[in-house]
Design a protein around this ligand. Structure first.
Ligand code: CUO
Length: 691
C-alpha cells in the first residue's frame, strides 16, 4: 500500500466539513498555517490534527459558467429525484469533468465549493473522481463521514457537540457517539421490527453510491443500465423480504392505490445540514397529494400524471412494444441478438432516464416522480415550509418503510413484463456432463448452520461536522453482521478435458409467512444472489471452496477518511488487487446474510453451474475495473459481465414440464444434474459477534 500523494489528499479534504467555508482556517495556531498566503483549503488530516493547504483561487471563465448548479440553494436537501436538481448536477459535473488534471480539478472545485449546495457539491466531486482516468487510484470516503447528520439523529450529534465545547482543549479526549440498533423507533408498530436493517448505514451508503454510478439524466449510458436498475432494486426487495420474514413480518405490499392514505408514517430525526434543519416527517395515514411547490424548480405534478404514465407503460408491456417519439413500435424481447433487451428499454422508461427513455414525453417520469410525491406528501404546497422527507434522497430513502412499498410497485411493473417472456428451456438450463454432488456452507466446525449477531463499526463524525474543538468525535455504530463462512461445492466434470463454468449461488427462505414450504412462484422473488464466479473444472471430481467475503454482490467495508489517508487504494497494474479494492460500489458485506431467527430459520441455497462459453461477454481491455459488487454495479468502462438475463434462472416463470419432470418448486429444478438445492439454517444470536 502506498500513501496518498498531497494532491489526492487535498481532493479528499474537499469532502470534509461540507457546511464550513473552506477559507476559514481552523486550528491555525496548532497547525502553524500562514493565513497571509492564499490559504484556500484548510482542513483536518485526522482527529485533533489540522492541516493547512494552499490552493490557488480560480477566477477564470469556467467559474462564471456554473449554469443550473447555482439553482439549488445551500443548506437545503439536494434530490436526485428532482429533474431541476439533476440538471444542476449535470452542469456542475460538466465543469469538473472539463478540468485537465487533478490539481486543476482541486482548484476549480475549491473555488466553487462555497457557492453551491453541499450535497450537490459532494455528488459532483464523487461523480468526477469515479470517472476521471487520472484519478483511478483514488477512493471515495464513506458518505457517512461527510454527512453524519444524514445517518445519525441530530440529538446524538448535539450531545457530542455540547460535550466537545465543554472539553479541556489542552487535553482533548475522544468523544464517542453510540448509535444502537433500536435507532429511531419503538416496538409498538410492527414495521419497526426491521428498522435496524432499513436504517443501517451500509445499505443507505450503498444506495447513494449505486445511483452515483448509474445516474439518470447525466449522459451516462452504461451497458444494460435500465436492466440493472430493475435487477439491483429487485434484489434489495428480496433481501428486505428475507429480513421481514426473519422478524415474523409478511412480505412487503406494493403501494399501488395512490388515492388511499399511506398507512405507515416515518419520522427520520435527521438533519439536512448543520443548522438543525430537519428532513420532513410523515404521519401515519398521510395521503399522497398533487405536487404544488413553486420553490423547487419542478413543474407541478399530479397523481393523475403518474396514473397515466403507469397505464401507458403497462399498455406497452402487454402489447409487447412501446412507441418511440416518431410513433414507431419498439419491440420488447429479452432474447435479442443485438440492440437493447426489452427489460433494459422498460427500465430506462420507468426510472426514468429522459435521455435513454424511448419516449420520455409519453411514458413520463414514473419512478422518480413517485419518490417526489411521497417525499413531499407532508407539505406538498410548502404551506408549512417543511423540507422534503427522506424518500427524496438516495442516501436516506431506504430508511423509510414506504421506499420498499413504492419499489415493490415499480418491481411489479417489471415482473408484468418478465412473465410475458418464454420460460427457459432444458437447453437454457442444463449443462451436460457436469454434476453437482454436494453443497454446503461451513463456519468453524459447523456445517449448514450460519450465525448472525451484532458488530460495531466506527466512523469519525468530526470529519463531517465542525465541532469547533480539538476532540476527535467518533460514531460507534452497532449493526447486524454474521460470522464469515465458506461455500464448499463438489462438482464432477465427466468430460475428458477441463471446462470453464459459471457458478451461481442464491439464497432464499424455505417457508412462507404461513410456515409452508414454498412453491416456485411463491419463492421466485425471494432468491437473493449471494455469489457468481467463474472456475475451471478439471476432469473428474472438483472441490470448490469460496469465502463468503468474496461475494459478487458485496463491497468490502466502507473506507473512512483515515483508511484512505493511510493509503488504502487500488494498485495500478495489479488486476486482482484492483478488482477487490476499487470503486466501493456494492451491497454491504455485513448484510450479506439475513438475520434469521433466534431458534434458527430454514433457508435454501441454490447452486447452479452454467457453461461459461454461453455466459461470457466479449470485453475490450478495461483500464479500470470494479470487480467487487460486480453483479450490482457492473464493471466501469466495460460490458456487464454475464450475458444471461439478470436474475437468471428465477427471472421468468418456469416451464410446467422440463423433460419428464414437472416443475412446481426449486427442488424440481434441482433434479437437473448441474443444479443443487441445500437446506441450511441461519440463527440469530442477538449478541455481539466475536470474530
Ligand atoms: Cu434507488 Cu427509487 O431508485 O431509489
Amino acid at each position: 500500500m502506498s500513501a496518498l500523494n498531497q494532491t489526492e489528499k487535498n481532493l479528499l479534504y474537499l469532502f470534509e466539513k461540507p457546511y464550513e467555508p473552506l477559507d476559514r482556517p481552523r486550528g491555525v495556531d496548532e497547525a502553524g498555517c500562514d493565513i497571509a498566503t492564499p490559504v484556500f483549503l484548510s482542513s483536518h488530516s485526522g482527529p485533533g490534527v489540522e492541516t493547512c493547504v494552499s490552493v490557488l483561487k480560480r477566477t477564470d471563465a469556467v467559474l462564471a459558467n456554473l449554469g443550473a448548479a447555482l439553482t439549488v440553494p445551500k443548506g437545503k436537501p439536494f434530490s436526485f429525484f428532482l429533474r431541476p436538481h439533476r440538471r444542476a448536477a449535470k452542469d456542475l459535473c460538466d465543469v469538473f469533468m472539463e478540468t485537465k488534471e487533478p490539481e486543476d480539478l482541486i482548484q476549480v472545485a475549491a473555488s466553487v465549493r462555497d457557492k453551491v449546495n453541499e450535497g450537490l457539491f459532494a455528488y459532483a466531486l464523487a461523480f468526477t473522481i469515479i470517472r476521471k482516468p487520472e484519478l483511478r487510484q483514488m477512493r471515495l470516503p464513506a458518505v457517512i463521514e461527510t454527512f453524519p447528520g444524514w445517518f445519525v439523529p441530530q440529538e446524538e450529534l448535539t450531545h457530542a457537540l455540547v460535550k466537545a465545547n465543554k472539553e479541556n482543549r489542552q487535553q482533548p479526549e475522544t468523544i464517542i457517539i453510540e448509535h444502537g440498533p433500536d435507532f429511531s423507533s419503538t416496538t409498538i408498530k410492527a414495521e419497526h421490527r426491521v428498522s435496524y436493517w432499513r436504517e443501517d448505514y451500509g445499505i443507505n451508503s450503498h444506495h447513494w453510491h449505486w445511483h452515483l454510478v448509474y445516474p439518470a439524466s447525466m449522459g451516462v449510458n452504461r451497458d444494460r443500465k435500465g436492466e440493472l436498475f430493475f435487477y439491483m432494486h429487485t434484489q434489495m426487495l428480496a433481501r428486505y423480504d428475507m429480513e421481514r420474514l426473519s422478524v415474523d413480518l409478511r412480505r412487503v405490499q406494493k403501494l399501488e392505490n395512490w388515492r388511499q392514505p399511506i398507512p405507515d408514517g416515518y419520522f427520520p430525526k435527521l438533519t439536512v445540514n448543520n443548522s438543525g434543519r430537519a428532513w420532513g416527517s410523515r404521519q401515519d395515514n398521510t395521503p399522497l397529494m398533487d405536487f404544488r411547490r413553486r420553490n423547487s424548480g419542478l413543474d407541478f405534478v399530479d397523481i393523475t400524471d403518474i396514473e397515466i404514465w403507469r397505464s401507458r407503460l403497462l399498455d406497452g408491456i402487454h402489447q409487447g412494444f412501446m412507441v418511440d417519439r416518431e410513433g414507431k413500435p419498439v419491440h420488447l424481447r429479452d432474447d435479442v441478438a443485438s440492440g437493447k433487451r426489452g427489460i433494459d428499454i422498460i427500465g430506462d422508461a420507468i426510472e426514468a432516464d429522459p435521455e435513454l427513455s424511448v419516449n420520455f414525453p409519453y411514458y413520463g417520469d414514473l419512478h422518480n416522480t413517485g419518490h417526489v410525491l411521497i417525499a413531499f406528501s407532508h407539505d406538498p404546497d410548502y404551506a408549512h415550509k417543511e423540507e422534503m422527507g427522506v424518500m427524496g434522497d438516495t442516501a436516506t430513502a431506504m430508511r423509510d418503510p414506504v421506499f420498499y412499498r413504492w419499489h415493490k410497485f415499480v418491481d411489479d411493473m417489471f415482473q408484468e413484463y418478465k412473465l410475458t417472456q418464454p420460460p427457459y428451456t432444458l437447453e437454457d438450463l442444463q449443462l451436460p456432463d457436469v454434476k453437482v454432488e454436494r453443497v454446503g456452507v461451513v463456519w468453524g466446525d459447523q456445517s449448514n448452520s450460519l450465525v448472525t449477531g451484532w458488530s460495531v463499526k466506527e466512523f469519525e463524525a468530526s470529519r463531517g461536522l465542525d465541532f469547533n474543538a480539538g476532540n476527535p468525535v467518533l460514531l460507534r455504530l452497532t449493526h447486524l453482521d454474521h460470522q464469515p463462512f465458506n461455500y464448499h461445492i463438489m462438482v464432477v466434470n465427466k468430460k475428458q478435458e477441463p471446462i470453464q463454468v459459471t457458478v451461481r449461488i442464491f439464497l432464499a427462505p424455505r417457508e412462507n409467512e404461513l410456515g409452508e414450504t414454498m412453491e416456485f412462484m411463491d419463492q421466485r422473488l425471494l432468491w437473493a444472489e449471494m455469489n457468481k464466479f467463474t472456475v475451471q473444472l478439471e476432469p473428474g471430481s472438483n472441490d470448490i471452496v469460496r469465502a463468503s467475503k468474496e461475494s459478487s454482490v458485496t463491497s468490502p467495508s466502507e473506507l473512512t477518511f483515515r483508511d484512505i489517508e493511510k493509503g488504502q487504494r487500488g494498485t495500478p497494474g495489479s488486476p486482482d488487487k484492483a478488482e477487490f479494492d476499487f470503486c466501493r460500489c456494492g451491497w454491504p458485506q455485513h448484510l450479506l446474510l439475513p438475520r434469521g431467527k433466534p431458534g434458527g430459520m430454514a433457508f435454501q441455497l441454490f447452486v447452479m453451474i452454467t457453461d461459461f462459453e454461453k455466459d461470457k461477454v466479449p470485453q475490450t481491455p478495461s483500464s479500470r475495473r470494479c470487480g467487487n459488487g460486480v453483479s450490482f454495479c457492473g464493471i466501469l468502462d466495460a460490458q456487464y459481465p454475464d450475458s444471461r438475463p439478470m436474475g437468471f434462472p428465477f427471472d421468468r416463470r418456469p416451464a410446467p414440464v422440463l423433460g419428464e419432470q414437472r416443475i412446481t418448486s426449486a427442488a424440481d429444478l434441482a433434479t437437473l444434474d448441474n443444479i443443487f438445492l441445500q437446506d441450511i439454517t441461519i440463527t440469530f444470536t442477538n449478541s455481539n459477534l466475536e470474530k
